[in-house]
Design a protein around this ligand. Structure first.
Ligand SMILES: Nc1ncnc2c1ncn2[C@@H]1O[C@H](COP(=O)(O)OP(=O)(O)OP(=O)(O)O)[C@@H](O)[C@H]1O
Ligand SMILES: [Mg+2]
Length: 577
C-alpha cells in the first residue's frame, strides 16, 4: 500500500515517493527519472511506452500518440489503426506503466496517486485526468495544481522562510503562473493564471515551420509533396525541430539534418540547414511575450508588484530556453532560484502532498497548501435589457476566480410554472460576460421530482462547490420535501460516463493481456538463454528447442501459442535449474 505523486506532463511524466522525510524521484523500469508521455502500439498488439515509443514515433507514425494531455477533456478521440480511444484511456496507459514501474522499484503495492494538473485546467480536464488514474487502477482522491506542487516542494525544504513566491511553469504543452505566499509552512496561492495551449511544443512548431519554409524557398516546391507518409514526415520534422531547439539552448546556431524526405524525379531528397538562436528567439517572441502578460495579470490579481516577490521558481523544461530566462530575469533579476530542478519539482510536490495524505509527514510541521479556483463559476441566465427584451446567455457569476478552495455557494430558485417538476441549469466557467465565450461545464444539470405546486411556491436550493481538487460539484435541496440530490450533473462534454469507463477498462485489460504476453515471453527467452550456460549440454539443447518454439509463436503473433510455449519454457527452466 502506498501513495505516489505523479506529474503527468504533456511531453514528460515523472513520479516521486515520500519516505524518510524527503520526496524521492522514482525511476521507471529503464532507470530514467522522467518518462516521455508517448504511447505506441505495434501491429501485433505490443504496447510501448516512454523513450522507446518516442524514438519510434516517426517509424510507427500512425500507431504513436504524443501530447495527449492537450486533448484531455475535449471529447476529441485519438484514432489508432481505425480504433478510437478517449485521451484518458491513452493517459491511463502511461499511468499504469508508471504505477507498475514504481511497484517494482519500491517493492510494494501502489494503489493511490496524487496527480498534478496545470492550474488552468478546466473542470472537464481535471475530471478526465482523475478518470485516467482510475482507469489505471489508481485511487485518485487528490489532484493538485502543478505550480502549487512546485511551491509545496519548495516550502517543504525551506520551512522557515516566510515569503512571496512566483512560480513560472513553462512545460511542453502548458503555461501556468502562480503567485504564492509561504507563511509558517502554509502555502497559500493568491492568484493563478495560465494558458493550456502554450509550451515547448509550440516552439517546436515554430521551428518546424521555419524548416518547411526554408525547404520550399531552396527547392521551389513544398516538402509535403514528396513525402510518402505525411504523418511520418510531420514526426520526423518535429523530432528534428525539438533537437535543434534544445541545441539552441546552449549553442548560438544549430544544424538541422533530415537525411531522407522522399523521392523527386527518382532522386532521394533530404534537408540540411542551420538556424541561429537569434532567428529562433525572434520567432518565439510572441509566445514569450504572452507569458509575461500572464505574469503581469497574476501579480495584479494578487495585488502585488514584481518588487513584492522574494523568490521565483522556474519550472518545466522550456524554462531552459535562454530567451525565456532573460525575459523572466528582466523582471525579477537575482530572485530566480537556481537550485530547483525544473523537471522534477512538480512530481516532488505531488509526493509531498501524498506524504501529507498518508501521514508520512507529521501534521505538526504545519505544512499544507491552500489553492484557489482558476475560473469564475457561474450560470447562464436570462436578463432583461434596457428595452425590456429578454437577453439569453448572460453569465451570472457565483464563485469568483482566485477564491480559496474548497468553497461553496448556495442559490435559491423558484419554480416558474404551475406544476413544474424539474429545474434545468447550465453552468459555465470563465471570465466573459456572455456564456458562449466561457467554458461549458455542463448543460445537463437537472433537479427532478419537485412536487407539483403553483408557480413560485417551490423553493430549490442549489449548492455549487469547488472542491479541494478544483472540481465542480453541484447539489440540490428541494426545500418542501427535504430531498437532497447529489448527482445533479447527468453528463458532461469531454468526461466519460460510467458505462464508457467500464467498457474502457474491459478493452484495456484485453489489450494489456496481449501486450504482456509478448513482454513475458521475451523475458522468459532472455532468462532461458542465460540459463543455458549453467546447465548440462543436454538440458541446454532442450532449452534451445523450447526457445525456438516460443520464438516461432512470437513470429506468428499467435498469443495463445505464445502463452502456451512460454509456460513450457518456464516449466523446463524450473526442471533444469
Ligand atoms: N534544454 C532545453 N532547451 C529548450 N527546451 C527544452 C530543453 N529541455 C527540454 N525542453 C523542452 O521542455 C519541454 C518539456 O518540458 P516538461 O517536461 O517540463 O513538460 P511537460 O511537463 O511534459 O509539459 P506540461 O507541464 O506543459 O504538461 C519540451 O517541449 C522540451 O522540448
Ligand atoms: Mg509539466
Amino acid at each position: 500500500m502506498g501513495i505516489i505523486g505523479i506529474d503527468l506532463g504533456t511531453t514528460n511524466s515523472a513520479m516521486a515517493y515520500y519516505e524518510d522525510g524527503k520526496a524521492h524521484i522514482v525511476t521507471n523500469d529503464q532507470d530514467q527519472r522522467t518518462t516521455p508521455s508517448v504511447y505506441q502500439v505495434k501491429p501485433n498488439g505490443e504496447e510501448v511506452i516512454g523513450l522507446a515509443a518516442k524514438k519510434g514515433a516517426a517509424t510507427f507514425a500512425n500507431r504513436t500518440v504524443l501530447e495527449v494531455k492537450r486533448l484531455m477533456g475535449t471529447g476529441e478521440d485519438v484514432v489508432i489503426d481505425g480504433n478510437a480511444y478517449r485521451p484518458e484511456e491513452i493517459s491511463s496507459k502511461y499511468l499504469r506503466y508508471l504505477k507498475e514501474s514504481a511497484e517494482q522499484k519500491l517493492n510494494r503495492n501502489i494503489d493511490e496517486a496524487v496527480i498534478t494538473v496545470p492550474a488552468y485546467f478546466t473542470d472537464a480536464q481535471r475530471k478526465a485526468t482523475k478518470d485516467a488514474g482510475e482507469l489505471a487502477g489508481l485511487t485518485v482522491e487528490r489532484i493538485i495544481n502543478e505550480p502549487t506542487a512546485a511551491a509545496l516542494a519548495f516550502c517543504h525544504d525551506n520551512l522557515d522562510e516566510d515569503r512571496h513566491l512566483l512560480v513560472y511553469d513553462l512545460g511542453g504543452g502548458t503555461f501556468d503562473v502562480s503567485v504564492v505566499e509561504l507563511f509558517e509552512g502554509i502555502v497559500t496561492v493568491q492568484s493563478s493564471v495560465g494558458d493550456n495551449e502554450l509550451g515547448g511544443t509550440d516552439f517546436d512548431k515554430v521551428l518546424a515551420n521555419l524548416i518547411l519554409e526554408t525547404f520550399e524557398k531552396e527547392n521551389g516546391y513544398p516538402m509535403e509533396t514528396i513525402a510518402q507518409d505525411p504523418k511520418m514526415l510531420a514526426y520526423t520534422i518535429k523530432e528534428a525541430a525539438e533537437s535543434a531547439k534544445i541545441e539552441l539552448s546552449t549553442q548560438v546556431e544549430a544544424t538541422i539534418m533530415i537525411p531522407f524526405i522522399g523521392l523527386k524525379d527518382n532522386f532521394p531528397v533530404g534537408f540540411n540547414g542551420t538556424i541561429t538562436r537569434n532567428a529562433f528567439e525572434e520567432a518565439i517572441r510572441p509566445y514569450i511575450d504572452r507569458t509575461l502578460e500572464k505574469v503581469a495579470t497574476a501579480l495584479a490579481e494578487a495585488g502585488l508588484t514584481p518588487s513584492d516577490i522574494d523568490e521565483v521558481l522556474m519550472v518545466g523544461g522550456s524554462t531552459r530556453v535562454p530567451a525565456v530566462q532573460e525575459a523572466v530575469d528582466s523582471l525579477f533579476g537575482d530572485k530566480i532560484r537556481t537550485d530547483v530542478n525544473p523537471d522534477e519539482v512538480v512530481a516532488q510536490g505531488a509526493a509531498v502532498q501524498a506524504g501529507l495524505k498518508s501521514g508520512a509527514i507529521d501534521a505538526s510541521t504545519g505544512l499544507m497548501a491552500i489553492d484557489v479556483c482558476p475560473y469564475t463559476l457561474g450560470l447562464s441566465i436570462v436578463q432583461e435589457n434596457e428595452y425590456g427584451e429578454n437577453v439569453f446567455g448572460v453569465f451570472d457569476p457565483l464563485i469568483e476566480k482566485n477564491t480559496p478552495i474548497p468553497t461553496k455557494q448556495t442559490k435559491t430558485y423558484y419554480t416558474m410554472e404551475d406544476g413544474q417538476e424539474e429545474v434545468h441549469l447550465e453552468i459555465y466557467q470563465g471570465e466573459a460576460r456572455r456564456v458562449e465565450d466561457n467554458t461549458l461545464v455542463s448543460d445537463d444539470i437537472y433537479v427532478r421530482n419537485i412536487p407539483r405546486n403553483r408557480a413560485g411556491a417551490e423553493q430549490i436550493q442549489v449548492t455549487f462547490h469547488y472542491d479541494i481538487n478544483g472540481l465542480i460539484n453541484v447539489e440540490a435541496l428541494v426545500v418542501s420535501t427535504g430531498q437532497v440530490v447529489k448527482e445533479v450533473i447527468e453528463s458532461q462534454q469531454g468526461v466519460m460516463s460510467k458505462e464508457e469507463k467500464s467498457q474502457a477498462v474491459r478493452r484495456m485489460e484485453e489489450e494489456e493481456h496481449v501486450s504482456d504476453a509478448y513482454d513475458r515471453a521475451k523475458k522468459a527467452i532472455h532468462k532461458a538463454e542465460r540459463a543455458k550456460a549453467a546447465c548440462s549440454e543436454q538440458d541446454a539443447a532442450r532449452l534451445s528447442d523450447q526457445i525456438a518454439h516460443l520464438q516461432a509463436a512470437l513470429e506468428a503473433e499467435d498469443v495463445r501459442a505464445i502463452e502456451r510455449n512460454e509456460q513450457k519454457l518456464l516449466d523446463l527452466l524450473l526442471e533444469v535449474l
